[in-house]
Design a protein. Structure first.
Length: 508
């Protein structure tokens, strides 16, 4: 294993965090520091010996600092392959000294464009040119040069310098991370340029970094990991797991579905999810009541579920959860008291910030992706009562609730609800009447006097007829079918109030 001693280092950083301590350790290890611009000023003010880049190049920094390190005396010292005789000869002929270490992080472009009010000129000014050039040059020549792109690497690199130099494995790993950093940086720039009015860009570059090892994938024989988009804070990355086993692939997917679903409600709410679909949803004046109603909607399916609540987890709710049955994950905005859940070591309790919806909703298909804007639920947006009977205020309240639940349920989806409780959920059925029948079976006697929501239109009257026969009194659906007249006639025949929303909420 080749260890390269570090005699000369080039430092040019935008993020100055940890810089002085790192530079002190390099100097103490007899490393010559070369630097430019503000970095050189900070090092000099701290009393550290530093050579300015302009003294190395013989050329001043120009264009307000846009051009300072773009020079053969800098890049020749970085890119020289010292195993090649003619490279060594040319360095000597031109009086160029090699660098064994380059330290460069980039202008904060991602942070700048995160501000929605930033102007185009200010954003463009934060596109780094010299920094990525230094990084890529050093990474390319990692056989001879170490490249540091983050303050997180300072301690390890300084320790290696103090121990005699950078070995092959470290230099190669630093180079890999450097190329990923410039790739992610360019992806952010492309994404900023690709902004379009309809939200769907012409090109998408996805820089993903692994943030966690998972217990396993969808099945125990499949390895699994969590990845996040660089520059985007995922809710699960900022969450805190208070107890329980490590998360698996399925836990993450179900927790994301439950956590997004429960955000739909302003009242205290609970969503119980199995295999990304809710098997119970409820709102109530108290969180404990909302949980009990959500669990009681389908306690058989709730076994081994993931649960999300939109209020702090209190003792009464935690006690109800502990008594209810086996739970995999609980997600809450905060925790007041886990109560008896603390004794259930396998239950994962997670405190999480609200989820965001950034970028494009992408689904992987063979050889690529299909993408769309994220779906959003609208309430009372051009809703039309198409039946002879209009819904009562109580029915309309439950229709709004059922409509929110159906929009988060896999198609074909039918949701039967009553008094803020989803009592029957037919999800993922191949036919709409089949989804209706499944929801009716789950609801049982609770369907009488309840309402129902369908995520897409009824193509035939059979779905409405099945719901009406079970006692459902009001239905909400998008409308727009060739069979609408038949469906409306069936609703009137049974005295069912029927509302068309004009918007479909398929979820495949």
């Amino acid at each position: 294993m080749t260890r390269i001693p570090v005699r000369r280092a080039l430092l040019s950083v935008s993020n100055k965090h940890g810089l002085l301590e790192f530079a002190h350790r390099l100097v103490d290890a007899d490393v010559e520091l070369v630097s430019s611009g503000g970095t050189a000023g900070i090092l000099s003010e701290a009393g550290l010996p530093v050579t300015k880049v302009s003294d190395v190049t013989g050329a001043p920094e120009i264009l307000g600092g846009r051009v300072k390190t773009l020079h053969p005396r800098v890049h020749g010292g970085i890119l020289a392959n010292l195993s090649e005789e003619h490279h060594r000869r040319e360095l000597e002929e031109h009086g160029i000294l090699p660098f064994e270490l380059v330290v460069s992080n980039l202008y904060p472009f991602e942070k700048t464009i995160a501000n929605p009010d930033v102007g185009e000129a200010d954003a463009i000014e934060e596109i780094d040119i010299g920094g990525p050039t230094l990084v890529r040059a050093a990474a390319k020549n990692h056989a001879w040069v170490g490249i540091v792109t983050s303050p997180d690497q300072y301690d390890e690199v300084a320790a290696a310098v103090e121990a005699g130099g950078l070995d092959d494995a470290l230099r190669r790993r630093l180079a890999r991370e450097a190329f990923f950093r410039t790739a992610a940086y360019d992806a952010a720039i492309v994404g900023w340029f690709e902004r379009t009015d309809d939200g769907l860009p012409e090109r998408i570059v996805l820089p993903l970094e692994r943030t966690a090892e998972l217990r396993y994938g969808e099945n125990p024989h499949q390895p699994g990991a969590a990845f996040r988009t660089v520059g985007v804070k995922a809710w699960w990355e900022d969450s805190e797991q208070l107890q329980g086993k490590a998360m698996s692939f399925n836990n993450y997917v179900d927790a994301d579905a439950a956590w997004r679903h429960v955000q739909e409600f302003d009242d205290p709410a609970c969503v119980v999810v199995k295999h990304t679909n809710a098997c119970g949803v409820a709102i109530a004046a108290e969180l404990e009541t909302a949980f009990r109603l959500a669990w009681d909607a389908d306690p058989l399916s709730a076994f081994g579920s993931v649960i999300a609540v939109n209020r702090p987890l209190d003792l009464a709710t935690a006690e109800a959860m502990a008594a209810a049955g086996f739970i995999e994950v609980v997600v809450a905005p905060s925790v007041e008291d886990v109560g008896p859940l603390a004794s259930k070591s396998n239950v994962r309790v997670i405190v999480a910030p609200p989820p965001g919806r950034r970028g494009v909703d992408l689904r992987q298909v063979d050889g690529g992706f299909v993408g769309q804007e994220w779906d959003a639920v609208t309430i009372d947006d051009e809703w039309t009562v198409v039946s002879a009977r209009a819904p009562s205020p109580e029915e309309m309240r439950d229709l709004r609730f059922a409509w929110r639940v159906s929009s988060h349920t896999k198609s074909n989806a039918i949701v039967i609800a009553r008094a803020g409780q989803a009592v029957g959920i037919g999800a993922g059925d191949q036919s709409r009447v089949g989804a209706s029948e499944r929801a009716i079976r789950q609801a049982g006697d609770r369907a009488a006097g309840a309402v129902a929501a369908s995520d897409a239109f009824f193509p035939f009257a059979d779905g409405i007829e099945a719901l009406a026969a079970a006692g459902v009194s009001a239905v909400i659906e998008p409308g727009g079918s060739k069979g609408d007249a038949e469906v409306i006639a069936a609703a009137d025949r049974f005295g069912v109030a029927l509302v068309f929303t004009g918007r479909r909420h398929f979820r495949h």
